[in-house]
Each structure stands twice: as structure tokens, then as C-alpha cells.
Design a protein around this ligand. Structure first.
Ligand SMILES: CCCCCCCCCCCC(=O)SCCNC(=O)CCNC(=O)[C@H](O)C(C)(C)COP(=O)(O)OP(=O)(O)OC[C@H]1O[C@@H](n2cnc3c(N)ncnc32)[C@H](O)[C@@H]1OP(=O)(O)O
Length: 194
């Protein structure tokens, strides 16, 4: 990526990311971290319904099917929606580290238009970790997993405690998420970082 800002350069004492031993196996679907999530939630009718699959190391792939409701210009995906797809894909990486983290910074390059009716093939990896700071990057290709790059992003995620959501979110959604009968989703949201 050209022109990446200094805050996305890992510091000298950053370390190589370590895949958690209980991370989903390569090839396994990650599933949604929260049913109502705009990026990945299956219960969110307006969402992107992004599906991420674990890769080797701390990497994953994801697919985003661009639908008419995702348009900006006629027939083309909205840039903010594409940034959301990148953000969600990058955020999903944290499950491979078993860390709860939120986006601190996201820098995006838009290289080609992404038409409605196409699938954006995303791949992402964590590149470095420095304390609470998690550095990652992602690309999105059109026309297939080996197609031309349409979008690219670099990001800094910051590890947070579960209190981040409890203190800042609405109690009704927090309560509902905490009583989610889906054990994996509940663990992903609230139990990975006690
Ligand atoms: C359901 C659950 C499942 C998991 C939920 C996952 C949801 C997935 C959804 C996709 C991801 C999202 O969209 S998440 C939603 C969008 N993001 C957010 O809402 C985050 C809003 N921002 C914040 O709450 C806050 O700013 C935080 C938590 C990011 C950081 O605040 P903090 O905890 O007080 O930490 P702070 O000291 O400020 O920063 C820690 C270190 O990071 C650096 N740092 C912080 N922000 C930045 C930045 N923008 N650019 C550069 N560097 C930064 C600081 O310089 C510092 O470095 P040093 O001094 O240590 O060197």
C-alpha cells in the first residue's frame, strides 16, 4: 500500500503474531461473532453477511456477495460498504488470536470499482503485535480469489476488555448477547479475555 501512515507501522519491539492453539482449523468457517453484526450477522437483514474462513497462521479468507442494497454509484458497491467489508474481515482475525479488539485505525485504497452481483474475495493477515496493538492488512479481489485487486486496507486494532462493550453499549443488546444460546458466539464476545 502506498502512503501508509506512521501509526500503522509496527514499532521495533513488535512481535510476530501467534495463532491461538484453540483457533478454528484452517479451512473452517468462523461464523458470526454476533447475530446482529452489520458485517457478519445472520440475523441482520441489511448486513453484508460476510463469511470468513480460517487460513494458515493468523490469516483468513472471506467472501462478500455485493447486492443491490450495497450500491453507491449505479451498479457499483459503495466505498463505505467496501471499507466495512475490509473492517469486518480484519476484525475477524482477532478470533484466531483469541483476543477481543476494536478498530483503532483503518486505511483503505480503492483500486477498481466493484460491481453489484459480483463477489469480493478477501484475504487478511495479522502482521505484528505490540502490547495491545494488533497490526493487520487485507486485500479484496474481483473475478475470483486470484483476480485483480479492487480494494486494500491496513489497520490497527486495539485489544480491549469486555468492559468496553458493557460500559459503552446498550444494556438490552449486551444482555441479549450474554444470554446467546450459541456458546461459541458467547465465548467469542465475552469469555475469551477474562
Ligand atoms: C462482540 C465482541 C466481539 C468482538 C467485537 C469485534 C467487532 C468487530 C467489528 C469490526 C471491527 C469494528 O468495527 S470495531 C468498532 C469501531 N471501533 C471503535 O468503536 C473503537 C472506538 N475507539 C475506542 O474505543 C478507543 O479509542 C480504543 C479502545 C480504540 C483505544 O482507547 P484506549 O483503550 O483508551 O487506548 P489508548 O491508550 O487510547 O490507545 C492504546 C494504544 O493504541 C494507540 N492508538 C489508539 N487509537 C489509535 C489510532 N486511531 N491510531 C493510531 N494509534 C492509536 C495509542 O496511541 C496507544 O499506543 P501506545 O501509547 O500504547 O503506544
Amino acid at each position: 500500500m502506498s502512503g501508509t501512515s506512521a501509526s500503522l507501522q509496527p514499532p521495533a519491539d513488535a512481535v510476530t503474531p501467534v495463532r491461538h492453539p484453540d483457533a478454528p482449523a484452517p479451512g473452517e468457517l468462523l461464523g458470526a461473532h454476533y447475530g446482529e453484526c452489520f458485517g457478519c450477522g445472520g440475523e441482520q437483514p441489511h448486513g453484508l453477511h460476510l463469511q470468513a474462513r480460517a487460513g494458515e497462521g493468523v490469516s483468513l479468507t472471506a467472501e462478500f456477495a455485493v447486492r443491490p442494497e450495497h450500491q453507491g454509484a449505479p451498479g457499483l458497491a459503495h466505498g463505505g460498504i467496501l471499507a466495512t467489508a475490509l473492517d469486518e474481515t480484519l476484525g475477524s482475525l482477532n478470533w484466531l488470536l483469541r483476543t477481543i479488539a476494536v478498530t483503532g485505525r483503518l486505511e483503505t485504497d480503492f483500486r477498481r470499482p466493484v460491481p453489484v452481483g459480483t463477489t469480493l474475495h478477501l484475504e487478511a493477515e495479522v502482521t505484528a503485535v505490540a502490547g495491545r496493538k494488533i497490526y493487520s492488512r487485507a486485500t479484496g479481489r474481483v473475478g475470483g480469489p486470484d483476480g485483480p485487486v479492487a480494494v486494500r486496507a491496513e489497520a490497527l486494532f486495539i485489544e480491549v476488555k469486555v468492559d468496553h462493550f458493557i460500559d459503552n453499549g446498550r444494556p438490552e443488546e449486551i444482555q441479549a448477547a450474554m444470554s446467546d444460546p450459541d456458546q461459541v458466539r458467547r465465548a467469542r464476545a465475552f469469555e475469551v479475555n477474562p
